[in-house]
Design a protein around this ligand. Structure first.
Ligand SMILES: *Cc1c(COP(=O)(O)O)cnc(C)c1O
Length: 373
């Protein structure tokens, strides 16, 4: 079998045509029709009113926090098991990320543990839809209303996912997406903030573009310190082509998961992410958590064995409470996070790109199955 990478970008729509249009017309900066078209089309896909395209998902998260008015010293509840960008976005503001352990089955933030972390300084909750599965949003909304908190979703991994029939993007006050090369929809590098709230939309547009006045003539008079987080027309051209096929790409990722589930379930000591019945999980990545005692091999042994068979894998994230950068910054390393620890010690993900095939997934699962001791 040829080398099977963890993920490859999948571009099989009108990307080339739209990019060529940018180049032949000279519209390659952020002023160009594709930026607006991509924003509108993606917002529509998320069932929200507004989209603001930016240069990557990390900056989308930062911009969402800025738009929501998060200030230095504010505390933001985030999952301990997430990608580092969720926490860094808070740090850019001088806010303090406060960690909550994951649920053992869904791997999402454990909503039953949020309230104990709330203090007088808490201003927001940042749910992260890990590997494509939305969190228990009704409960998060309940808590947010009770304590008057903003909800800023990190949906970098969950384009098109649904919670009780509503899409990610439409589940929070403001939501950040990533279009990095391995995400379900990609522009190479890119991101977007989406919201139904006109004030948050205006603040996002304003801070994204150096705080140039929004609807006034350009007089180079800046009332606030802004950022240049603009997305180029070239990237938006790719994004528009991608979002035109969003349902197709979503179905491909879900199909991957169904094959993994079909071929893996019989192996003791191997578990996969459980999907709650009230969500549509878009399965950005298919992760495995291995119980070495039951499986008879360690994670390292299995990963090496897969590599010898030309199969690439990636380790799971390390808990935020164990990140040297965040501890240096002032986050508390204290507290017990047994679920995160188990995931980060025993989890890794398998090839999950939109161009995976049934044969490849069956081959990968056979290798895992036969290696059991
Ligand atoms: C990918 C990702 C990001 C960051 O997106 P970039 O576009 O790479 O900056 C943020 N949060 C999560 C959960 C991610 O998976």
């Amino acid at each position: 079998m040829d080398f099977i990478p963890v993920c490859e970008p999948f571009l099989n729509g009108r990307e080339m045509e739209y990019v060529q249009d940018c180049i032949s017309t000279g519209w390659i900066s952020s002023s160009g029709k594709y930026v607006k078209a991509f924003e509108e089309k993606f917002a529509e896909y998320c069932q929200v009113k507004y989209g603001v395209a930016v240069c990557n998902g990390t900056m989308a998260l930062h911009l969402a926090l800025v738009a929501a008015g998060i200030a230095p010293g504010d505390e933001i509840i985030i999952p301990n098991f997430t990608m580092i960008a969720s926490a860094f976005a808070a740090c850019y503001i001088g806010a303090i990320p406060v960690f909550v352990d994951a649920e053992p089955d869904t791997w999402n933030i454990d909503v039953s543990r949020i309230e104990e972390k709330i203090t007088i300084r808490t201003k927001a909750i940042m749910p992260v839809s890990i590997f494509g599965q939305p969190c228990e949003m009704d409960k998060i909304w309940e808590i947010a209303k009770k304590y008057n908190l903003k909800i800023i979703e990190d949906a970098a991994e969950s384009h098109g996912a649904e919670y009780r029939g509503k899409k990610t993007g439409n589940l929070a006050d403001i939501t950040a997406f990533s279009f990095f090369a391995n995400k379900n929809l990609t522009t190479g590098e890119g991101g977007m903030v989406v919201t139904n709230n006109e004030v948050l939309y205006d603040r996002s547009r304003y801070y994204k573009n150096l705080c140039f006045p929004l609807d006034a003539p350009r007089n180079y008079n800046h009332s606030d310190i802004g950022y240049n987080y603009r997305m180029s027309n070239l990237h938006a051209a790719i994004g528009l082509a991608q979002v035109e096929k969003a349902d197709e790409y979503r179905a491909l990722r879900i199909k991957n998961r169904n094959f993994y589930q079909q071929f893996l379930t019989t192996i003791p000591g191997i578990s996969i992410q459980e999907t709650r019945s009230d969500v549509l999980n878009v399965h950005w990545m298919n992760g495995l958590v291995i119980d070495s005692e039951l499986y008879g091999r360690t994670r390292t042994e299995l990963i090496n064995h897969l590599r010898e068979n030309n199969i690439e894998t990636r380790l799971f994230f390390i808990g935020m409470n164990r990140q040297p950068s965040l501890i240096k910054y002032g986050c508390s390393p204290d507290g017990n996070y047994p679920v995160t620890d188990n995931l980060s010690e025993n989890g890794f993900y398998l090839p999950s790109g939109s161009n995976m095939t049934k044969d490849k997934i069956e081959f990968i699962c056979e290798i895992i199955n036969n290696y059991k001791r």
